[in-house]
Write a protein that binds this ligand. Structure first.
Ligand code: FAD
Length: 523
């Protein structure tokens, strides 16, 4: 994937595109892959980097959603479990089954949670992985050696999926290109083009050069997450706002806090939610919170109260109480929640996501979750075909292997995420001795992965490499800041940048990394 070549394809496009998708998160990428797989000429534009917003800040679970089970939303759980199964089949390099344990301390918890999880097994139908089962106190402690043993009666073990969200986003951008589409980051939609009162494209600004260009398209899809209303207002300045946002924060701790092979599910927090402590890439990921928020930002900050909430609840269940100084990184993401009034006017209200078509034909997809991104894409393209008067074409993504997913590597380390590209990555690393060098003693990444990210994964900045192509920023914010100068130099050589660019990139990334550590949190 070369950015210049993709830009050329847009500038030189002889005819209209079929689909222009705005937004390079889960919803936009899912929609673009769906459209391209049906044979539509498709282009996706993202104002920042792929998955820069909510889609790199999830709990990294591919799951049916026990929360929805508790709410009695069985249709949504069934749909999510089906999509969980498809994701494991279509992206085996990025999705892995993971065992979860719900510990029980009171006698009634075993039948209560046990029955719920049996229903979860049942709803998975043929997509069931492993049945849930009660495990003894001893087995529970074998799988979760740091769980508080006093009063523990046993646990219930069940399976869900785990994935790397930002890597799946890059994989979908690559899949889109494999299907003949175009995926471009750092291209922002500034206004919409209209013809006979119908939306027929957009004017986009290249944020690297400042240049603008027109992209004409038969269908325009707004998949901009919490920024949905801003695009709707470009179409109709009087359109009512439909999105409210809620923030979810996570903290990342050393693996020693949860050294076993299973994740811990805390079934009831002070605010009646579920909380997870999960082994992830050699660390422990704890999340999440649910805080209503007014200010929409690409880089939301965790609140001090959220950090304290996560530390307090984790400490109640673990033998060692984590403290602020143990946090390697803390990050927050914004859930786009569509208002109920919007749901009433949806052209096609499908389970948890909201799909709207404006009078001028702008198709908006919002809500949902990563797990159901493919189904959201399918529903969106069906709706768009109808709205634009296109002859419907059947969906082909149900069994579509994603880029790199041809083989099951069985490798759950970060190397496994390259899938069938892994061989080429290793070959590249072998080309120069310095490319095999580790980027940092506390991180698993090699210098050559920066080159790969620039050449093959559309990485344009130090942040792209350290936050999303690798997950260094989330695994250890301080270590990631320390390797920023090396990454900037490697990237500058690949992209033809000068010393000034290197300085600016290092300074911007180090400021960002600081905000993932205590002094950057909002009081
Ligand atoms: C804390 C938290 C935990 C979660 N955990 C899970 C989980 O474990 N499993 C799961 O399945 N789901 C999870 N989710 C849900 C999932 O992460 C979201 O549903 C999904 O990422 C939303 O994707 P999106 O594409 O709609 O939005 P986004 O990822 O926000 O993407 C929208 C994109 O649009 C771009 N954009 C905006 N304006 C413009 C413009 N003018 N021009 C071009 N581009 C523009 C933005 O830059 C952004 O990248 C979680 C969500 C949160 C908040």
């Amino acid at each position: 994937m070369k950015r210049e070549e993709s830009l050329e394809r847009i500038r030189g496009a002889p005819a209209d595109w079929d689909f222009l998708v705005i937004g390079g998160g889960a919803s936009g990428l899912g929609t673009a892959v769906e459209a391209a797989a049906r044979g539509y000429r498709t282009v996706l534009v993202e104002q920042s980097d792929f998955a820069k917003a909510t889609s790199s800040r999830s709990t990294k679970l591919v799951h049916g959603g026990l929360r929805y089970l508790r709410q009695g939303n069985l249709a949504l759980v069934r749909e999510s479990l089906r999509e969980r199964g498809r994701l494991l089949q279509n992206a085996p390099h990025l999705v892995h089954p993971l065992a979860f344990i719900v510990p029980h301390y009171a006698w009634w918890e075993l039948p209560y949670y046990g029955m719920g999880l049996k229903l979860y097994d049942l709803l998975a139908g043929k997509f069931r992985w492993n049945s849930s089962q009660a495990v003894s106190r001893e087995e529970t402690l074998e799988h979760l050696p740091t769980l508080r043993p006093d009063g523990l009666r046993g646990g219930i073990r069940y399976f869900d999926g785990q994935f790397d969200d930002a890597r799946l986003a890059v994989c979908l951008a690559q899949t889109l290109e494999d299907l003949g589409g175009v995926a471009l980051n750092y291209l922002r939609v500034e206004s919409l083009l209209k013809e006979h009162s119908r939306v027929r494209g957009a004017i986009v600004r290249d944020l690297e050069t400042g240049h603008t260009c027109e992209i004409r398209s038969r269908v325009v899809v707004n998949a901009t997450g919490v920024f949905t209303d801003a695009i709707r207002h470009l179409d109709d300045p009087g359109a009512p706002n439909i999105i409210t946002a809620s923030q979810g924060a996570h903290i990342v701790l050393e693996q020693s806090f949860l050294p076993g092979d299973s994740a811990l599910l805390i079934p009831e927090t002070e605010d009646g939610r579920l909380l997870f402590a999960i082994p992830w890439q050699g660390r422990t990921l704890v999340g999440t919170t649910d805080t209503p928020i007014q200010e929409l930002s690409l880089e939301p900050r965790p609140f001090q109260a959220e950090i304290e909430f996560l530390l307090r609840h984790t400490g109640r269940y673990l033998t060692r109480q984590p403290a602020e100084r143990d946090i390697r990184s803390a990050f927050a993401g914004l859930r786009p929640l569509a208002r109920a009034s919007a749901a009433r006017t949806t052209a096609d209200l499908s389970r948890a996501h909201t799909l709207l078509v404006s009078a001028a034909g702008l198709v908006t997809i919002t809500g949902g979750k990563w797990t159901t991104y493919r189904q959201m894409g399918e529903d969106t393209v069906n709706q768009a075909e109808h709205a634009a008067g296109l002859t419907p074409r059947p969906s082909r993504t149900g069994n579509l292997r994603l880029h790199g997913g041809a083989e099951e590597t069985g490798d759950t380390s970060h190397w496994g995420a390259y899938g069938s590209d892994g061989r080429d990555v290793h070959a590249l690393l072998g080309q120069r001795a310095e490319w095999s060098e580790p980027l940092h003693p506390s991180l698993p990444y090699r210098a050559g992965e920066v080159i790969w990210a620039a050449r093959r994964e559309l990485a344009r900045t130090v942040e792209d490499v350290l936050a999303r192509r690798t997950r260094a920023l989330l695994l250890d914010a301080r270590a990631s800041a320390e390797c920023a100068p090396v990454v900037a130099c490697l990237l500058a050589k690949e992209l033809g940048r000068d010393d000034r660019w290197i300085k600016e990139q290092v300074s911007a990334f180090q400021t960002l990394a600081d905000s993932y550590l205590p002094r950057g949190w909002t009081p």
